[in-house]
Each structure stands twice: as structure tokens, then as C-alpha cells.
Design a protein around this ligand. Structure first.
Ligand code: UN1
Length: 509
């Protein structure tokens, strides 16, 4: 394991430099370039220097993955699963160390960082079990003395391109199903969290994934990402990130008819009906809107509230949001950490300006600069009231701690508002009326629906993903994840010893 703390050498803080992992070896980039990763809660703290890989490095990683492919796909799947189990156990052993490294590198508060690692552990164990399941269909043939079945086969080299907001969980969501089904991997992590990615791949090496099955290439999207997407030797790509980037990847991948799984934006709504338990709703809204500083695809950025309870809800929400303690995520008292970087602060601030013209600002609204916050990317939890469903702040993904309250007259108007966005990831309803709850489960056109819980916190054994521009129809996690990384092969065995013609010999005339 690389040391997580900065080594002090002769009184100076020495910043460690990390390498790429290609074909089982830790190597420098041929480009000779490096980039830094800094702590968003205190940008004076440099986590490390990382290789700024180029197209040539990426090509070597792809080649290593290709070369490792045949032996890996021939290894019995239960044996591959055992390596995933070992990896899951190592993640468990290292959970605290990884969580602290994560908080330092991307800012989320420590309990949430532990949850992020736990999500990686959960998917590792779930997918390890797939090594002994990976069910296909065995069906009766329409002809006598004939056998019919289907099996899953790996596709080849999987290009895994991941975001910074779940720097352990999301790479695991993608790599575990890819690997257990027999694919090999080229992993390009977000440039804001290369340290988490490096620690993860170190554990994968330790778990015994053979050389070349997992390759780590840090660097820019323009160089590393595009090389992966354009390569004829990477037939399957999984990407989580911005919708616009996802669309560009889709266009390029389509030219080569690649398998592509996209997990993109969200504009997730919590509906509060007039009979809701408002205290419970406020807990769920606060957690979903301001947890991870609003930087989850699943974060709640819209509260759609029935008029009769609007004032009561708003009052409680503003009080809660205004009282949240901002700070470094490693401090036990902190409830809301920083945004990821300066560009994120600018983006959120620009949306708040747009919001001021569209609605009424009731809480927060600017970068937070209190004691201890001066060196970080902090932003106040922000609440707007009186937002129209089609306002920009109610339609566009802000990816920060900004919540819009949208008042509606009744349930029907709430459903229209929930569904009237380009995204469809997660939604929620707070109600005590079981009929209303079931209507919402039916009517909310999102990939995930919660009843009397917020919009965040999906578990790894159900499918994760969304409708419309949240993705392209694929799902992560659950059994559904296997569909991204496998081809179906249908196999017929005729043991009759004679020519039998399907659709003809078993039909009259
Ligand atoms: C994301 O923000 O991309 O459901 C993933 C959740 C987490 C995963 C979020 N389990 O909020």
C-alpha cells in the first residue's frame, strides 16, 4: 500500500508521485507529464502527483488488457469470483484508510466516505457470487432429441470511465461485473480522484487479479478517454458523468457499434403530499439535497410540495439548511463538506444568480468563507421557494447544494412536474396514504422510486439507472449489470443423429 499520509522529509512535506498500472507493472507515462490532486477542503494540501498519460500509454494499456483476455476468460467463473471475494475482503480490511483518503481527496464527510467504500465491498461480494450463478436459460427444444440453452460470454476489453463523486463505489460497480464475466479492464478515473483509483487498483493487484486484467490510466478525458472510446480494441465502454460528455461518447462509440452503458445526469424530485409526515420529509430532503454537498447523480434538487403544506415545510427546511455545519469532512462535527473544485463553485454560483431572477432565495446563496473555510471550495446550502417547474434551476443539473421548492395544487400536477424534465434517475414521495404511494410508484417515470425516503442511497443488488437523458437504457448493479458486459450465446445440441429442420419438421404440412 502506498502511504496515505504525507511523508515529512527534512521538515518539508514531500508529495508522493504515483504511476500508471499497465500489464501488471507500475510505470511512468511516456509523456513525462504529471498533474496534482488537491484536498478540496484545503487546497494547500497536495494529495499526490499523478501521471498525465497520453494516447501511447493508453494504447499500451489496451494491448495489455487484450493480451490478458484469453487466459482470463478461460478461467472458470467461480475461480474469477474467488479473486473478487479476496478483493472484497481487502477492501473491508482497508475501509477506514480508504475512507480517510477519499475524504481528503474529494471532500465528502467521513461517514459518507465509509459508505462509499462499503458500496464497493457490497458489489464485490455480490459479483463474486455471480461467478457461481451467471444464469442462462435452459429450455425445451421444439424438436425431439435436441437440447437448447443460452450462456453469457464476455465481450472483450472494457473501457471504464468514472467520476469523482463516488471514487470507490462507481469503479467497483463497473469493474466487478466486467471482470467476473471474463472481460479485462482499462480504467480511466476522474482527474479529481486519481489517488482513490490508485489505492483501489493496488488492492486489486494484491487480491490476485492476473497482470493485464486490470489496467489503470490516469490522465485527461481528451487524451486517455478519447483513445479508449475510439479504439477498435475496446468493444464495451461504461461511463458515468455529464450528459453532454455521454452524448459525445455515444456518437463516437456508435461509429464502431460498441456496447455502451451511460449513467448521466439527474434532476431528482421529492414530492411532499398534504398528508405527509413533515418531520420525516424534512429529514429525507435535507439528507438527499445537502448530503455529499448535493454532488450525487441521485441528489434531490427539487421538492414538489402540495400548497396546503408548503409554508410549514419551507419553514422547517430553511431552518435545517441554515443550521448545517460546513467544514472539512475529516472533522467529526462537519455535516456538509466542500464542492469538488473551483469550477464547481463558479458553476453553482452562476446557477444561484439565474435562480435569483427566477424565484425567491430563502437560504444560503453564496460561497461560504467562515473560519476554517477560507482555503476550501465551500458553498452555503441554498433554498429557493416559488420555483416554476420549467425554470432553469428546476430543469438543469446544478450538482451542488441548491434546492428548489416547487409548489403545486394537487397530486396530478405533482406527477407532471416530476416527469417534465430531461432526466429520470430517482424520485420520491412522502405520504401516509397507501393508495397515493402506489400511484406514485406507477406514475413517476424514473429508474428508481422511493416511498417515505429520500432520493439517495440505492443498494447494490437492485438495478441502478434512469430513464430519458439519464442514460441509454442500461442499468448498473444488480443482475442487470451483467447485461452490459456480456454477449448472449444460444447453443443447440441435436442428438437425434438425423437432419431436423426447426419450424418445418415439427409443423403440419
Ligand atoms: C451517483 O451519484 O452517481 O444511490 C451514485 C445513491 C448511491 C449512488 C450514487 N448509492 O445515492
Amino acid at each position: 500500500m502506498a502511504r496515505l499520509e504525507r511523508a515529512r522529509v527534512g521538515g518539508h512535506v514531500e508529495v508522493p508521485t504515483f504511476r500508471l498500472f499497465i500489464g501488471g507493472a507500475w510505470v511512468e507515462s511516456q509523456s513525462g507529464r504529471t498533474f496534482e490532486s488537491r484536498n478540496p477542503a484545503d487546497t494547500r494540501d497536495v494529495v499526490g502527483r499523478f501521471q498525465g498519460a497520453d494516447a501511447a500509454d493508453t494504447a499500451l494499456a489496451i494491448q495489455a488488457a487484450e493480451e490478458a483476455g484469453p487466459a482470463w476468460r478461460r478461467m472458470p467463473a467461480p475461480k474469477r469470483g474467488e479473486i473478487l471475494y479476496r478483493f472484497g475482503r481487502l477492501l473491508t480490511d482497508q475501509k477506514e484508510e480508504l475512507a480517510r483518503a477519499m475524504t481528503r481527496e474529494m471532500g465528502k464527510v467521513l461517514p459518507e466516505a465509509r459508505g462509499d467504500v462499503q458500496e464497493g465491498i457490497d458489489i464485490a461480494f455480490l459479483m463474486a457470487g455471480e461467478g457461481r450463478r451467471m444464469f442462462g436459460d435452459t429450455v425445451p427444444s421444439e424438436l425431439p432429441d435436441k437440447w437448447a440453452m443460452s450462456i453469457r460470454e464476455p465481450i472483450g476489453v472494457a473501457g471504464i470511465i468514472t467520476p469523482w463523486n463516488f471514487p470507490i463505489a462507481i469503479p467497483c460497480w463497473k469493474m466487478m461485473p466486467a471482470l467476473v464475466t471474463g472481460n479485462t479492464v482499462v480504467f480511466k478515473p476522474a482527474s479529481d480522484t486519481p489517488h482513490c483509483a490508485t489505492l483501489l487498483v493496488q488492492l486489486m493487484e494484491q487480491a490476485g487479479f492476473p497482470p493485464g486484467t486490470v489496467n489503470l490510466v490516469t490522465g485527461s478525458g481528451a487524451e486517455v478517454g478519447d483513445t479508449i472510446v475510439e479504439s477498435p480494441d475496446v468493444p464495451v465502454i461504461s461511463f458515468t458523468g455529464h450528459t453532454e460528455t455521454g452524448k459525445r461518447i455515444a456518437q463516437r462509440a456508435a461509429r464502431r457499434l460498441k456496447r455502451l452503458s451511460l449513467e448521466l445526469g439527474g434532476k431528482n424530485a421529492i414530492v411532499v403530499l398534504r398528508d405527509a409526515d413533515l418531520d420525516l420529509a424534512v429529514d429525507g430532503i435535507t439528507w438527499s439535497a445537502f448530503g455529499t454537498t448535493g454532488q450525487r447523480c441521485t441528489a434531490c434538487s427539487r421538492v414538489i410540495v402540495e400548497e396546503p403544506v408548503r409554508e410549514a415545510l419551507l419553514e422547517r427546511l430553511v431552518e435545517r439548511a441554515g443550521g448545517l455545519r460546513l467544514g472539512a469532512g475529516l472533522e467529526a462535527s462537519t455535516e456538509v463538506g466542500p464542492l469538488i473544485n473551483a469550477a464547481a463553485v463558479d458553476k453553482v454560483a452562476a446557477y444561484v444568480e439565474i435562480g435569483r431572477a427566477e424565484a425567491e432565495l430563502r437560504c444560503g446563496g453564496g460561497p461560504a468563507t467562515g473560519d476554517g473555510l477560507e482555503h476550501g471550495h465551500f458553498f452555503e446550502p441554498t433554498v429557493f421557494d416559488g420555483v416554476l417547474p420549467m425554470a432553469r434551476i428546476a430543469q438543469e443539473e446544478i450538482f451542488g447544494p441548491v434546492l428548489s421548492l416547487i409548489p403545486v395544487a394537487d397530486y396530478e400536477a405533482a406527477v407532471t412536474a416530476v416527469n417534465q424534465t430531461r432526466y429520470g434517475l430517482s424520485s420520491s414521495v412522502y405520504t401516509r396514504d397507501v393508495n397515493a404511494a402506489f400511484r406514485a410508484m406507477r406514475d413517476f417515470a424514473t429508474g428508481i422510486v422511493y416511498v417515505n425516503a429520500g432520493t439517495i442511497g440505492a443498494e447494490t443488488h437492485l438495478p441502478f439507472g434512469g430513464t430519458r437523458e439519464t442514460g441509454n437504457g442500461h442499468r448498473e448493479a444488480g443482475h442487470a449489470a451483467l447485461d452490459t458486459y456480456t454477449e448472449w450465446k444460444a447453443i443447440y445440441v441435436d442428438f437425434s443423429g438425423r437432419l431436423q429442420r426447426a419450424q418445418i419438421d415439427n409443423q403440419p404440412g
